[in-house]
Design a protein around this ligand. Sequence first.
Ligand code: DON
Length: 355
Amino acid sequence: MYSTLKRIARHGAKGFYEGKTAELIVQAMKKNNGLITLADLRDYRAIERSPVRGFFHDYEIISMGPPSSGGICLIQALNILKNYDLKSFGWNSSQYLHFLAEALKNVYAVRAHYLGDADFVNVPIDTLISDKFAQKMSENIHFDRAVPATELSVANPFQFEGNHTTHYNIVDKNGMAVAVTYTINSGYGSKAAVDGAGFLLNNEMDDFAIKSGNANIYKIVSFSPNLIEPGKRMLSSMSPTIIRKNGKFFMAVGAMGGPKIITSTLQTILNVIVFDMSLQEAINAPRIHHQWLPDKIYVEKMFFSLDVLDKLRAKGHTIETMGYHSEVTAILFDKETGELIGAPDFRWNGKASGF
Ligand code: DON
């Protein structure tokens, strides 16, 4: 042992994977019908990989990513458990242990189905350690009953991969900007893929009115100008937008979300220009939507005060609460710092990055 340590001290990794130590390992292999050869040892490389990161309340958790499942499972379990008032149940109380066990059951089921060496299989790490995914796993967790392991509906991280309209913006250091929206219409488009080509076919025909006055899947109505005709293109709500001030780049913005693309993009612009919000505030801020018909103000759930909603009703509005409205992304020129600020939408999984 002492000589082995000396060889490692002298030659680093080679003191183990090559030379005398390697030869001793291979001899031991031969003696015991093992398979490892000198070449296997010589070719082995340690790979440096990024850790996985998550948050448990105010604590940043930094741990090991694939090929270990450790960090992912740990963060997933914490992501699920941070939504329960664990302390109030009492340490090792039956209620605490029930939630702990149910969380672990889900985490290990996901581990079995989706984790492996990321050099060989696609491991969607960001999704797996997201709060959104924890929410999905938590749908299997009930206050008062255990879900049998075999009946568990194992959360699928790939269902969060983009299957819908996408908007992105790019601005370079000279203020040259692009704002791009592309759409396959609803989730997975027509749900038919082109064999061997690796892409889906869209269902953009739904953006036409199949009959004057008909509503499409987004319940939006259009009349004869948007009837289907040979060679004609359907009426979209895509709003990739570049805003300039005094001839210089100010903002690139756009969204996904069917007809809500327009209202979400509009409110983001108003929040920045009129209400002086930072870009991130402007995007995260609660939104409403009205598309003429149905004659309703759609408001994002739990975001608007009852007082405001009552006052709108008193003016004759019908209010309907909905889940999150669309996804906006934008880049803004910050006049104070001269920096370009990118902001994704907390509602989905956009990202901002710069070089
Ligand atoms: O072009 C349009 O208006 C629609 N095809 C957009 C659909 C859309 O944003 C769906 N995304 N969630």
